[in-house]
Design a protein around this ligand. Sequence first.
Ligand code: 4AD
Ligand code: MG
Length: 479
Amino acid sequence: MFNKRIKIKELLQQEPAAQQVTVMGWVRTFRNNQFIALNDGSTNTNLQVVATLGMFEESLLKRITTSASLKITGTVVPSVGKGQKLEVKAETIEILGDSDAEAYPLQPKKHSLEFLREKAHLRFRTNTFGSVFRVRHALAFAVHKFFNEKGFVYLHTPIITASDAEGAGEMFRVTTLPFEDTPRNDDGSINFKEDFFGKSTNLTVSGQLEGELGATAFGEIYTFGPTFRAENSNTARHLAEFWMIEPEMAFYDLEDNANLAEAFIKYIIRYVLENNREDLDFLAQRLADEEKQLPQDKRSEMGLIEKLEFVLNNDFQRLSYTEAIDILRESNYNKKKKFQYPVTGWGMDLQSEHERYLVEKHFKKPVILMNYPASIKAFYMRINEDGKTVAAMDILAPGIGEIVGGSQREERLDVLLEKMEKMGIPEEELWWYLDTRRFGTVPHAGFGLGFERMIQFVTGMSNIRDVIAFPRTPKSAEF
Ligand code: 4AD
Ligand code: MG
């Protein structure tokens, strides 16, 4: 059998003193022709392997270079050196794959995140990305655990759709039509009847509409999949391809929805605090080091762990859009014209600088903003008694801004139809969606959590490109 290895994380936990073990991994460093720091991705802590002087051929030792892959069998012994409790005294060393140290792009030193983005195929082999992606995995696992424990059904909604759930027109088209001699109708428009699906299709911006179909049968469902937006925003919080978690629940109103979202966010944070402490401690230190470069007023008031614990131990601040506008308008920030977009008044859409002001300067904790003007939100949100606001909720997080968007849905067929007509959404295209309102309609609600923004919040990584393996952004789809 080839793979009878022990992972380094297990070895360091179990401390199998005096036993013979086999480990495999990649060389981080090789010192004094004797000490190999081996990493296998299970933890940032390298295993020290000792190649006793004189025991191995010089020709073999020459091949132990940074990022070469090795299979080592040896005995676990207490370490005499500082920095580790135990080490492995090698008996056999097999080179699985050589690595030309001159050509290998990563040196055993600190590289900038920007540089590593260009080497995204190798950046998993650094401590920072090792930690980020183990935490990402744990958060994904915790998402499923949370909903499974609550009896939600995981629904896989389609990636190719013919509808624009958000109505924002930020879709990537999916087509097999040729670019030359494209089939056209008499009026010159493209004839999508000739296209693969016989209609115009795109990559989904959200699984919500299909999620609602599931919720009105199973009661509670969630989706967790990739979503796509052709927004031309080159910011540290936007991706063209990102992952979203979208629970949808029958028999929920806006308050139930907000309660679930808050409990959900706290649950997944608690899960990583309990299960990924080593990686979070590493990321907290990384963030603290990075912030030392910043001017005092730009630094966070809390360390990463302290921030996560604070979120767990405090209620999110809930307030209405209307109250938020009043706070923003009366703020010194606004009066001193520090906002790039001045707060003009009720009805305006909030910019991320406004959201961050509320969260970071005013309340200093996560905020759930509710009941926005109908005119700035999607067609499916439920109209409130006042006739001008909808039962929407956005959750805003310190350092990030919006991480969740959700709402109670309009379950009244006549009200929904009227709204769609006003907003120019063709009824024929959404006949299947409208059927849920025709056959046993129920009050229901749901939300979408941007997974990468959540990971940013938990890991303290300031650029969203550093929390997804291979980021898709305007003019960039390498790897
Ligand atoms: O607020 P959004 O657009 O809401 C929806 O799509 C609803 N259909 C969700 C629902 O009610 N089921 O997006 C939800 C979240 C945002 O709050 C944000 O965290 C994230 O998705 N998001 C993005 N993340 C990265 N890059 C982008 N371009 C994003 N756009 C939205
Ligand atoms: Mg939104």
